[in-house]
Design a protein around this ligand. Sequence first.
Ligand SMILES: Cc1cc2nc3c(=O)[nH]c(=O)nc-3n(C[C@H](O)[C@H](O)[C@H](O)COP(=O)(O)O)c2cc1C
Length: 189
Amino acid sequence: MSADPHPWARTLEGLHAQAWARLGRGVHDRHATARHPTLATVSAEGRPQARTVVLRGVERGSATLQVYTDLQSAKVAELRASPFAAVHVWDSGAHLQIRLQAEVTILSGVASAAIWAQLPQHGRSAYGSAPAPGAPVPAALDYSKTPDPSAFAILSLAVTEVDLLHLGTDHRRARFRRASGWSGEWLVP
Ligand SMILES: Cc1cc2nc3c(=O)[nH]c(=O)nc-3n(C[C@H](O)[C@H](O)[C@H](O)COP(=O)(O)O)c2cc1C
C-alpha cells in the first residue's frame, strides 16, 4: 500500500495549518493555485457577485488576507454597503477546497499610501482608469489607464470562518470559526 500523500488531512490542526500554508504560498508563488482566488461579494440588490483577484497578503496570526483593487470598482461599492465577502480556492495539488468568510475593511488614501509607494510602475497601472471600471464604452478600447494613487485600495479581509474539504481516499470536511478560537469541528462532507 502506498503512503498517504496528505497525512496532514487526518487532524483538525493539520488541515487548518495546511490551508493557511497553501494560502500563504499564493502570495509568494505566482504559479500557486491560491494566487488567484475567487472573491465573492453581495450587490446592493442582494445578488452574489464573484470575480478572480490576486492574493497579495496572508497572515495566519490575525487570520487576515489582503487584496488590491480600484477604489472605483463595483466590488468596493458593494463592500461599502455590505462588508461581507467569501473567498474560494480549489487547490487541486492538495485535493483541498478552501472556503472563507470574511469581514472587509477598505483602506485607501493615507491608509494605502505606503503600499502604493512600494508598487512597481507596471503594477500601478491596474489602479486608475477613465471612465471608471465597469462603465459602458462605445468601443472596446475607449478607455485610458493612468496610475492614480487616489484610485488604489487595499481590501483587508478579516476571516471569520474557514470551511475545508479534503478529497483524499477518504473525504473529510472541517469548519473553523474565529468566534470559537479556531478550535475546529468535523462536518459531514
Ligand atoms: C487573473 C486575474 C486576476 C485579477 N486580479 C485582480 C485583482 O487583484 N484586483 C482586482 O480588483 N481585480 C482583479 N481582476 C479583475 C476582476 O476579476 C474583475 O474583473 C474586476 O476587478 C472588476 O470587478 P467588479 O466589477 O466586480 O469590481 C483579476 C482578473 C483576473 C482574470
